[in-house]
Design a protein around this ligand. Sequence first.
Ligand code: ZN
Length: 330
Amino acid sequence: MAKKHCPNCGGALNVHADDAIITCSYCGTSFTPDGSKMKEHYALAVNYTQSDALDTLKAYLVKVPGVADDLAEKINLKDLSMTFYPYWTVTVQGDVTYKGIDRKATFRGQSGGRYSSINWEWVAESGHQDQTRQIRLYAGPKTRSEIVNYPIATRSRRYFNFEEAKQYTANVLFSKVSAETAKQQATAATRNMIYSRIKRETERVDDSRENFNVTDQAYIHVPIYHIQFSVGGRKTYEAALDASNGRVIYTDIPTTTGFKARTISMSIIWFAFTIAGAIITYMAYSGISLIGLNPEFLFYAGIGLTIIPLILALLTLYFGFRGTAAERAQ
Ligand SMILES: [Zn+2]
């Protein structure tokens, strides 16, 4: 950690060596380590108050299977804080004109609906791919994958409003990714997408002309609530919620003990079927016929009876005990 002074107000800030964009905690100005101010700094608006956020989380949780019906009344709020997470959005327009070769089959000697030979030959291929992509990159310090991969809504962006961050005593995280690096990463990602399309049509690209342009780039902070709660007991559960659109990014699921018991008995039943299937398979394999059924039929039926309930048992356990849920992106 080193001290840096804000180029706007002179306030002293603690920064790490890998911080690429620093936001002053006194005046809200963003600047690069060399001291140049960043004017194009956006944020999503805070549209959900703390109590809205808690209500939204409760409404979400009561719909999750295995949660107590009176969960909403039992929730005890332990902590609720807001963090602004930094992301880059980069729109890249790319076009590639290429020449290459592809394998094509030619059929010869047709007689009676059949070909006597199929020849593969190399033929020249050429084409053009044109695509515009908006790439989103998480830029902050290491955090949970749900936040890193969160598909932020970029349409409602507006300039970063430091007063709002202060009002919610929010922590504004610094970007570890510079504007230039974000641009390079987004261009590389777009280039990979275009070339993987071309490779589906052309076996080998011999020559290509490419042109990539960044048509829009924005540094955006997304306000996210972190909620810690308990449900009667001592255990603490965690959730994160988008303060801009109220979406639940992830949450621990406080399932009831009754639900857990049902999950266990359901999976025991499925495992019992699996064992029965394995016994039938083994008997059929050893040539023992059951109630006069064909051993070959029994063998395949036994395999099916082993695998299908096993999958069902594992799915039951997975959904009964996964513990965390995240809302699916539209
Ligand atoms: Zn400042």
